[in-house]
Design a protein around this ligand. Structure first.
Ligand SMILES: NC(=O)c1ccc[n+]([C@@H]2O[C@H](COP(=O)([O-])OP(=O)(O)OC[C@H]3O[C@@H](n4cnc5c(N)ncnc54)[C@H](O)[C@@H]3O)[C@@H](O)[C@H]2O)c1
Ligand SMILES: O=C(O)C(=O)C[C@@H](O)[C@H](O)[C@H](O)COP(=O)(O)O
Ligand SMILES: [Zn+2]
Length: 376
């Protein structure tokens, strides 16, 4: 643990969901403390760790040492290739097979160590193996610590679109070890930061102002700023999930920027050309641009969003993608499979300003096409 990190005390936040409630622990040293925390949360239960090939090299042995020192029974870990491509049906099959080959029982708990890919894939495998086993999230990217490890959305991509196969399955515990972010490449840190900005834009304007002030130092790895941003982000997400676990309405706000972003990701092919968080950054700019075009949002707020994302180094346009071959019409066609489609109409998350996001089903696709064309 670094000198700076030692002065930061881990915090625990509740996600209030009746019998499915759980705690999110945030702070330094939590992978080292995982044995004690996990055996306290799921005493005497057999464990299987799922991780990816990059995280396995960096953080798996610390987690296994901690679990074994606490007396946990831990099976041989399952390791998938790093990257978005692992969120597919074939990889899901190999993970399920590996779980069954380890002789799992209904009492077995899957521990997902890694970013959003491992969490989404592992969470979905846990949701369907033996018709449902418990799982625990140990997120190691900024994105997974502020977003994907919380709220129980699990799943994989399909050739038809992003996250189209999955289940709501809440974890039993989330351990966000801020020390693990020290090995995270800058590009991944920035991608996670886009989801942090999202909470400010949805309904926390003061948080956005704070991010405008501290964002550059935060993405450079300042421990205290990172811990505070993760705490506020998790509290914001837990608040929404606690009110609308299965996205009947309010939770759709967490999709700000995603209707555009998922279309970009689908076109980019779920590889390294465009990371999820990068697509969300571009998508949030498009959502604000559309809101301005519809006369709903002051143009100055769009300018602030763009200026802040650019200041930290996030993309604000898709012009660098597709080599000039992408068309707005093709991108808009991906939106027909958005999970917010009702009776054939897409619900968009728009904004009346920073921190004033809302759901709107009354959007003309011609306006969407023209906004997207302006960013290609
Ligand atoms: N379920 C949800 O609510 C939710 C929310 C947001 C995003 N997501 C999903 O999450 C995924 C993106 O997650 P992500 O950005 O964490 O990507 P990721 O899981 O692919 O991780 C990014 C990269 O960082 C590496 N990595 C992870 N931790 C590291 C560490 N500590 N040090 C060094 N390298 C490390 C990984 O090996 C990978 O190469 C997308 O599939 C997205 O759809 C889900
Ligand atoms: O938790 C949610 O709800 C979110 O929408 C969070 C998003 O950041 C995340 O990318 C989510 O996976 C998108 O969900 P989807 O239902 O549109 O696939
Ligand atoms: Zn997202």
């Amino acid at each position: 643990m670094t000198a700076a990190a030692r002065t930061i005390v881990p915090v625990a936040l509740p996600v209030a969901l009746d019998e499915r409630s759980y705690d999110i622990h945030i702070g330094p040293g939590l992978i080292g403390d995982a044995g004690a925390l996990i055996t306290a949360a799921v005493p005497g239960r057999p464990l299987v760790v799922l991780t990816d090939s990059s995280v396995a090299e960096l953080h798996l042995s610390s987690l296994l040492d901690s679990l074994r020192a606490a007396g946990a029974r831990v099976a041989e870990p399952i390791v998938v290739p790093a990257g978005e491509a692992s969120k597919d049906m074939e990889r899901l099959g190999t993970v399920l097979d590996a779980l069954l080959a380890r002789g799992i029982e209904r009492r077995t708990v899957l521990v997902a160590l890694g970013g959003g890919v491992v969490g989404d894939l592992g969470g979905f495998a846990a949701a369907i193996a033996l018709r449902g086993i418990d799982f625990i999230q140990v997120p190691t990217t900024l994105l997974s610590q502020v977003d994907s490890s919380v709220g129980g959305k699990t799943g994989i991509n399909s050739r038809h679109g992003k996250n189209l196969i999955g289940a709501f399955h809440q974890p039993r515990l989330v351990l966000a070890d801020t020390d693990s972010l020290k090995t995270l490449p800058r590009r991944e840190m920035l991608a996670g930061y886009a989801e942090v900005v999202k909470y400010g834009l949805i309904d926390r304007p003061d948080f956005f102002t704070w991010l405008e002030m501290h964002g550059p130092a935060l993405v450079a790895g300042d421990d205290a700023l990172l811990t505070e941003a993760i705490r506020v982000s998790c509290a914001a997400k837990a608040d929404i999930v606690g009110k609308d676990e299965k996205e009947a309405g309010l939770r759709e706000l967490l999709n700000l920027g995603h209707t555009f972003g998922h279309a970009l990701e689908a076109e980019a092919g779920y590889g390294t050309a465009l990371l999820h968080g990068e697509s969300v950054a571009i998508g949030m700019v498009m959502a604000f641009d559309l809101s301005v075009r519809m006369g709903l949002c002051p143009a100055g707020d769009l300018d602030r969003v763009k200026a802040h994302l650019s200041a930290v180094g996030l993309p604000v346009s898709a012009a660098h993608l597709g080599g000039g071959t992408w068309t707005a019409e093709k991108l808009v066609s991906h939106m027909a499979r958005d999970k917010k489609v009702k009776d054939g109409r897409v619900t968009f998350i728009l904004a009346r300003g920073i921190g004033k996001s809302f759901r709107c089903a009354d959007v003309h696709l011609a306006d969407v096409t023209s906004v997207m064309a302006g960013h290609l």
